[in-house]
Ligand binder design. Structure first.
Ligand SMILES: CC(C)(COP(=O)(O)OP(=O)(O)OC[C@H]1O[C@@H](n2cnc3c(N)ncnc32)[C@H](O)[C@@H]1OP(=O)(O)O)[C@@H](O)C(=O)NCCC(=O)NCCS
Length: 198
């Protein structure tokens, strides 16, 4: 399949939010909030514009990945910046064709070139292990609550890139959304039925 991976432009914003909503809808709960998170992340100083990529197939946006700066803090009041990946989305009808993998590989390659040392994510280990992500515990990084679990992973972008970066990981506050802002934001999208089943 022919597609181009390119940097996101302002003209893509609405389309990318639409595709994010389509990709996450009813996946982890009724409806989703990832399209609003994305909308808020773009306005945050933590947003890494030069790593916001879209998959463009004949001027149709079918995939997107974004990164923000997250912080790792320890008791010594040291603050280290690392990348935080997500959301990543591929339109449902295009999933399972290798597009998400390509998007991750390309964006990680660019992140490395820019000079970022490591990435921290919350995601499904079965998918992300293939890109080299490992349980963040290996690097001495815990969640902001001081926890470690399989879905909390980290990746070094260079040898020993995360060495000395230990402590609690904090995502940007733009990831926090409330019910009211989601309801208001949803009004800008076509109505969509929620059919989440456990
Ligand atoms: C996750 C996502 C971006 C992957 O993109 P994609 O183009 O479908 O991925 P690829 O075709 O490169 O890879 C497909 C593989 O990923 C697996 N996969 C896809 N989504 C997955 C998920 N959420 N969790 C675990 N595995 C997943 C598929 O089972 C397949 O595995 P296989 O290669 O062993 O058969 C896409 O499926 C998507 O948008 N999902 C909905 C949103 C989402 O869950 N985003 C990630 C949140 S952590």
């Amino acid at each position: 399949m022919d597609f181009v991976i390119r940097l996101e432009e302002e003209k893509d914003f609405e389309k990318v939010e639409f595709l994010t909503r389509e990709a996450f809808w009813d996946l982890y709960g009724p409806g989703c909030d990832e399209h609003l998170i994305l909308h808020k992340l773009r306005k945050s100083p933590a947003f890494v514009k030069e790593l916001s990529y879209v998959v463009d197939k004949d001027n149709h946006i079918i995939g997107n990945v974004v990164y923000t700066i997250g912080k790792v803090t320890n008791g010594n009041k040291q603050v280290h910046e690392v990348l935080c990946m997500g959301p990543i989305s591929v339109l449902p009808e295009y999933q399972g064709k290798g597009i998400g993998s390509k998007l991750l590989e390309e964006s990680l390659k660019k992140a490395k070139v820019i000079g970022y040392k490591g990435v921290v994510i919350f995601g499904n280990p079965k998918y992300y292990q293939r890109f080299g992500y490992e349980n963040a515990k290996k690097y001495g990084i815990q969640t902001s609550e001081g926890e470690n679990f399989d879905e909390f992973m980290a990746l070094e972008l260079e040898k020993e890139g995360l060495k000395g970066i230990t402590g609690k990981f904090h995502i940007d506050s733009a990831f926090e959304v409330n019910k009211e802002e989601l309801e208001t934001f949803e009004k800008g999208f076509p109505p969509k039925e929620k059919n989440f089943k456990l």
